[in-house]
Design a protein around this ligand. Structure first.
Ligand code: 1PZ
Length: 206
């Protein structure tokens, strides 16, 4: 197992990338640059393969939106820049806009954080329970009935807790440490994104 041999696991890579992103944000005086943000979010997709085929559609959905933001990184420097531009064009909530895609990617980051929190606080619980609770908290309120149904059906195909740990190349102990790292490092990023909207009087009920 990679974790036992001291090699980098997918989870370590993701946790490290978010720690680095949070450090960069501090170094830039509390500004989040789009290019490193996009690259960091793209890394998360390594986790999808461990969830199984049923979540391929979630992966495609997530990756499409991250790629849009990476593309926008060529014309816009920071996350605030895309939001300000969309406000100017009245396209913040318009399907396919960078700001809307940013909101969606943020939901993805929040979903993973909630899943890891569930995973850590519910030792005896299945991945099914952890994922269902996390999805219900973070994404379900903003998804249509059809999507919620499809996700609910997909949940039954999730691997077991133990299988997930093996697929992630972790051990019982290392997985906890790495999940905790992601939770801590992604929190200020998620909070920052929410504040970008809230500080411009855009509510988060969509
Ligand atoms: C962390 C894994 C937990 C268990 C699996 C939970 C699966 C969640 C599945 C989410 C399916 C999203 C289906 C499509 C939703 C779209 O309707 C919306 C709106 O898109 P728009 O109208 O703006 O084009 N898209 C989203 O809400 C994006 C949500 C991204 C969720 C990504 C999941 C990230 C999971 C990472 C797993 C490693």
């Amino acid at each position: 197992v990679a974790a036992r041999q001291g090699m980098e696991t997918p989870l370590t890579a993701v946790a490290e990338a978010f720690e680095e992103l949070a450090r960069g944000m501090d170094a830039d005086g509390g500004e989040l640059r789009l290019a490193p943000f996009g690259d960091t979010c793209a890394l998360v997709s390594v986790l999808f393969s461990s969830l199984g085929m049923a979540f391929r559609f979630a992966e495609i959905e997530y990756v499409t939106k991250v790629n849009d933001l990476i593309g926008a990184g060529k014309s816009y420097r920071t996350l605030s820049d895309i939001l300000d531009k969309d406000i100017e064009n009245d396209s913040v909530k318009k399907q396919g806009s960078h700001s809307r895609n940013l909101r969606r990617v943020r939901l993805g980051l929040g979903l993973i954080k909630a899943l890891f929190e569930q995973f850590l606080t519910t030792e005896g619980c299945s991945l099914y329970d952890a994922a269902t609770t996390a999805y219900g908290q973070v994404c379900a309120p903003f998804h249509s009935w059809a999507i919620r149904k499809a996700v609910g059906a997909g949940m039954y195909t999730l691997p077991s807790r133990e299988q997930l740990i093996v697929r992630l190349n972790e051990t019982d102990c290392s997985v906890q440490k790495e999940m905790r790292r992601y939770i801590d490092a992604s929190s200020p990023i998620i909070e920052y994104i929410d504040n970008l909207f809230l500080s411009r009087n855009i509510s988060l009920d969509w």
